[in-house]
Ligand binder design. Structure first.
Ligand SMILES: [Fe+2]
Length: 241
């Protein structure tokens, strides 16, 4: 399907607004108790709400005042080389289209509810942002080595997409793949899955599946821990390739 390559706000339909409002309200309800406090603070700061599909011009202004990210619209999933090079330069590649009302719970490819609601708020957090850009720089150094990129994708998967964080002794969500999914949010905080302390070597040796609710999650203690792990990730990579 042809997807838009720029956000033309007047092109959003009443159904798009209904989809955004339904998904936003449903997730925020669940996330009050389940999400990292840093995410909840960030979503307030960035100004997302149920009534308005985010306007990228406005989000860019908040990014600029905080960590300096900007948004580049992509129609579908971004190729690895472009994704990492953008991340290294604080450019977040995002779709700008929404799923339909019939697709609220399942979508084969990420739409803007995933990219925007799931990913964007935490980009205003300095430690998280530093990790993301450092990860992009590291991945670019290995872009011609498919096995290294596969190993790095495990780090990305178990942190930025499906990461959990321990806050005040409780497990909370920060991964965008969980944030943007009603089913995965309920699943991740329930006791049906294994939870491991964040461990770079273990993650590098853990393949993942995209087509199921996750059966294991890795738990960080802080976003600074993520950023501080970059040298360990590089060392772990060198041992394995
Ligand atoms: Fe994502």
């Amino acid at each position: 399907m042809t997807r838009p390559t720029e956000q033309i706000y007047s092109n959003y339909t009443p159904e798009d607004f209904q989809v955004w409002e339904t998904l936003f309200n449903r997730q925020m309800n669940l996330l009050q108790d389940a999400a990292s406090e840093k995410y909840l603070e960030a979503i307030d700061m960035i100004g997302f709400n149920a009534k308005k599909i985010p306007d990228f011009n406005e989000v860019n202004k908040v990014f600029k005042m905080n960590t300096g990210w900007s948004i580049e619209v992509i129609p579908n999933i971004c190729p690895d080389d472009k994704f990492f090079s953008c991340a290294a330069n604080k450019i977040f590649t995002s779709t700008c289209w929404l799923r339909t009302m019939a697709q609220l719970d399942y979508l084969e490819e990420p739409d803007m509810f995933h990219d925007v609601f799931g990913h964007m708020p935490l980009l205003t957090n300095t430690d998280y942002s530093n990790f993301f850009t450092a990860f992009g720089r590291l991945a670019l150094n290995y872009i011609d080595k498919p096995y290294a990129i596969e190993l790095l994708s495990r780090i990305y998967w178990f942190t930025i997409e499906f990461g959990l964080i321990r806050e005040n002794g409780q497990l909370k969500i920060y991964g965008a793949g969980i944030m943007s999914s009603f089913g995965e949010t309920k699943h991740a905080i329930a006791n049906h899955s294994q939870k491991f302390d964040f461990n770079v070597d273990k993650i590098l040796d853990t393949p993942y599946r995209k087509d199921i609710l996750q059966d294991k999650y890795f738990v960080i203690d802080s976003f600074d821990q993520l950023y501080s792990s970059i040298p360990d990730i590089e060392e772990g990579l060198k041992k394995r390739i």
